[in-house]
Design a protein around this ligand. Sequence first.
Ligand code: TH1
Length: 809
Amino acid sequence: MNLTVQEFIEEYKTQFQTMFAYSYEEGTTEQHYTALGIFIKNYLSRHWKETRESYIKEGAKQVYYFSMEFLPGRQLRNNAYNLGILDIIKEGLTELDLSFDSIAEAEADPALGNGGLGRLASCFMDSLASLSIPGNGNGIRYQYGLFRQKFVDGYQVEVPENWLRNRNVWETRNNKSTCLVRFGGNVWLEPNDKGYYEAKYENTLNVLAVPYDTPMVGYRNNKVNNLRLWSAEIPVEEEANYHTLDEIQPISEITQVLYPDDSNYEGQLLRLKQEYFMVSAGVQSIIRHFRKYNVPRKNIPDKIAIHINDTHPALAIPELMRILMDEEHLTWDQAWEITQKTCSYTNHTILREALEKWPIDMMKELLPRIYMIIEEINRRFVDYHLPLYGERITWQTAILQNGVVNMAHLAVIGSHSVNGVAKLHTDILMSDVLKDFFEIYPERFNNKTNGITQRRWVHLANPELTALIDEKIGEEWKRNPAELKVFKGFEQDEETLKQVAEIKLNNKKRLADYIEEVKGIQVNPRALFDVQIKRLHAYKRQHLNALHILHRYLEIKRNPDKEVVPRVFIFGAKAAPSYVYAKQIIKVINSIADLVNNDPDIGDKLKVVFFENYGVSLAEKIIPAADIGEQISLASMEASGTSNMKLMANGALTMATLDGANIEIKDFVGEDNIFIFGLTDKEVYELKANQSYQSKELYETNEQLRRVLDALKDGTIPGLNGEGSAIFDSLVHYNDEYFVLKDFESYVDAQNRADALYAKPMEWTRKSLLNIASSAPFSADYTIKRYADDIWKVKQYFTGDEGVQPLDE
Ligand code: TH1
């Protein structure tokens, strides 16, 4: 199936005309996007079908990645690239006088996730397919994605994200595989004459789950896996019972909108409905598919792995129990053994406010049968462990506690594997957050440090860098990321360093043009581009970054003649709509930007750019242009982080606390090639334990810090309405929960070291090259290989020597 440029041109013209009854010359960019998307989807459909069939034929074990969030990003370029037809399409379109780049920009970016957790799920989908692993995604087809962010007078305003307004060319509605999901009503068990209890239901709300399947294209291996997203509808046979919009609402609302909270639990009933809806439909369709394998049910764990992405899909555990008992008529013990062997769980955060705890009353009413099962899991857990571990440990690890269902405990108890997402994070799980479980089930715990797909984040986002690496070390690194380390050999090669520097500068020029276009701010591409892109959260400490900017501003004003290394500070961040403090930080940064960018004394020395509506597509533009990646969370708070990996892979130097995966980045790149500052996790724990931290003392004794803090509230920053004072108060009067003031000095210090290094361009670029060349360990291909080997026990299915090679590290 080697498509030639001429074939593409002919087929594309026909395709366009068939779809729109116009000749392609008259098409709008949006129509061209649609036609091209459909062309590519048709092109891959044979592989999609054959991949599915081959897994069944081989009796392959399949993994199902259950996640409430996926952030796939635009798929046109990615799919064409992985299929190996990107260059042909580009050439063909050029001949037709069309621009691939503008057509690709017409695609809506599906924001079906909040941040790192959802993007990780999508990187994993790319790696599963590229490694020829039978791996499927299972999630929700939200009608509205994460809100679109606008700034009005520097304040965040949320606008609905109607990503489905134009048709979604990638999805296929699959009417054959619908399921019924039941909510509420009454449930009881009735003994029957076949020797088991039957679950009887009355007055339930029945919801039809309709799957929309999206192809997940592997890298040049003819494999196409499936991402299944569920949509809620009225069951056809019940349509006559629904008359008004109000009556339809309880059903249509289920998959209407994504909850906009990142690392935060909002105990809303609708969210619980969403979770069970996705989980129930997913598990039902898996068990249905399993029947095609014609093996005994006790072998389910040999054919199926269900992965629970944070606790949001943890109801998969009681749902699988329900199906195995109520529908497959297995005993409790049989069902429990299968369930535990099938399910595995990843924890993504230790933040207390993110841990899901559903009120028992709510769960009982919405999911009566599921609650019965959870109660029984809990009863058996307590009965078994009380005599072995005593009162304290048993009650602290129970699922039912003080009127709530502790979802993390359910997930740990019902799984054979529990993992954290970076070394430090997993250590904290074992020694602190889940320490009692670690005592009971030490063998379940393991670490799987996060990863990113280099295909999207380097090959496609940074084509010039990719071409340079190809030229220097050959193309093997694309199939076998470990090869990238060969690039280290060029750290002293002046010519290569010049090329790396030039590519960075080109990327910065492109971003500078884009900044001018969308923000109207002129920035100097030769300035140091300092980037912090992630959700806005107090623990991520964007306000520490802001204090540093203020500090620079005040210094320039005090010493206008002093030479400084010019910097452009770049932000991208959404705040949860109800997160007042985070929104205040956004306003303050926007106001600092107004102050700095419009001060004639400042000029090119300092610029601040806060992009609106940060997401995957913006990240692809910003990351290749970054000189510094800011990873400045309070030590112990960021489970892993993944923008740190994307930024280093594109040659940014990391400005980091010893938190999350920053620690592993430091270990791989070497401490000379990263800027480390701030408290360690141990110091944080100590300060918290002995309650010795007094932020006000720092304010009173450190003059430099006081000047900066005072600027928050003394009118220096224009346009504020108390937001600066609010942040001041939290830092000075409410004892600075995230130790911003404590880390300030050491942060400024590290930033000064960065300036000094940037003044020596060759030295800087050498470290940049070493970052690029040390980024291979953070390939999601490796992460996925470890999940596949250690947790899921699924195999790579090679049909030849194509695609990503079998990975041995
Ligand atoms: C993030 C973590 O904060 C981040 O450190 C990590 O790199 C990423 O997951 C991927 O592992 C989390 N996102 C969420 C989102 C929700 C709840 C908890 C977390 S943790 C909704």
